[in-house]
Design a protein around this ligand. Structure first.
Ligand code: ZN
Length: 367
């Protein structure tokens, strides 16, 4: 086993508790009350800005006078700067909160995790980008995903881009894991279908990459295998957004998050990260754009992906790299090969021999 792929995780940490089922979001009131009984303080609700004008399911948020609600912009993925300014804002309005509730997609859930850690640990978000740098537990955090696929509800990281260093890296820590989840598939009914597909594919891609990698572990494999099976049922089994399929995709997302927590992704995510860092594409759509050019690395998965796209009549953006300058292609190359661990997982320690600058450019040019 190559050293670079040792996750360092000897004692895996999963989410503390979860409630699953249609309508389970109603349990939030009791959970927040119970928390306030244990540790007095305000509740801070961080809610996806999508719901600012679309609060049907969330009308009954257990919001009291002293509580705080902030809408998290989903225009841009979290940056260390955006997290720092949100933490500052919250700290100026409430003394240490009793609980943080994140309601939304991956961006919002990751934001809730980062804010929770920073409120108790102090310092700046950039100080904790890496592995096991968070020193003490964050504020008790409840996650309620309203989009399925990223696995953000299950993982021990919260991805942030540091615009100064160009580093897209989260706070990988046991303390980043949610204490409580509410997995309510009714919350994903209003997701636009493209978004639903792109995010769902993130779970599938995580698991495809992890099963094709050199670093494996039996529990991660079992999570991945089942998550992939559920995705197949959702994306080739008729109406992908039926009640039954939305429930299955929510489970797949959670399992995919558990899988990736103790393994690594492969070639897709580094290229996708390049598209996000250099061109600002969102993670899940960037993954799908990348997938259209992955036939040589993952021939079977490529075929299945194209079937999913066709069956669900999805348009994957094309020409995203047309007309870029040489400098931008160089930036894309650097932002891709910087992800040594997943690339080593997929291609071995000699990955730079496969992903030469010319080869990487050729792949991006085809997107
Ligand atoms: Zn992903």
């Amino acid at each position: 086993m190559n050293n670079i792929l040792d996750t360092g995780i000897k004692n895996a940490r999963n989410v503390g508790r979860y409630i699953f089922g249609s309508g389970s979001v109603a349990e939030l009131t009791d959970l927040v009350q119970e928390r306030k009984g244990n540790t007095p303080g305000a509740a801070v609700f961080l809610v996806d800005s999508f719901f600012e004008t679309n609060m049907d399911y969330l009308e009954n948020l257990p919001l009291e006078k002293s509580d705080l609600i902030r809408y998290v912009s989903i225009d841009e993925e979290p940056t260390t700067e955006s997290i720092d300014s949100l933490v500052e804002e919250i700290a100026s309005e409430v003394v240490m909160p009793s609980v943080i509730v994140g309601i939304g997609g991956g961006i919002t859930l990751d934001t809730a995790k980062a804010v929770s850690n920073l409120l108790t640990n102090g310092g700046k978000a950039a100080d904790y980008q890496g592995w096991d740098l968070v020193r003490v537990p964050g504020v008790y955090k409840i996650g309620i995903p309203t989009l399925s696929g990223t696995g953000a509800e299950a993982t021990r990281t919260c991805v942030m881009t540091n615009k100064t260093t160009g580093l897209k890296l989260g706070m990988n820590s046991d303390y980043t894991v949610f204490d409580q989840l509410i997995l309510d598939p009714t919350l994903t009914a209003t997701v636009p279908s493209d978004q639903y597909f792109f995010s769902g594919m993130d779970a599938w891609i995580h698991c495809v990459e992890s099963l094709a990698g050199g670093y494996r572990n039996p529990i991660g494999d079992a999570f991945s295998t089942q998550a992939i099976e559920l995705c197949r049922q959702v994306f080739v089994g008729g109406e992908m957004m039926s009640d039954d399929h939305r429930a299955k995709l929510m489970v797949s997302s959670y399992l995919g998050g558990c899988a990736i927590a103790t393994s690594y992704v492969g070639v897709v995510h580094p290229f996708s990260a390049g598209l996000s860092v250099v061109l600002g594409l969102h993670h899940c759509v960037a993954n799908c754009v990348t997938m259209t050019c992955m036939e040589s690395f993952y021939p079977n998965a490529y075929e299945e992906f194209m079937l999913f796209v066709e069956k669900n009549e999805i348009n994957i953006p094309q020409g995203v790299c047309s007309g870029l300058t040489d400098e931008q292609f160089e930036d894309l190359y650097r932002a891709t090969v910087i992800h040594e661990k997943p690339l080593t997982n997929a291609l071995g320690p000699g990955f730079r021999g496969v992903l030469t600058q010319d080869k990487v450019r050729e792949i991006f040019e085809a997107m």
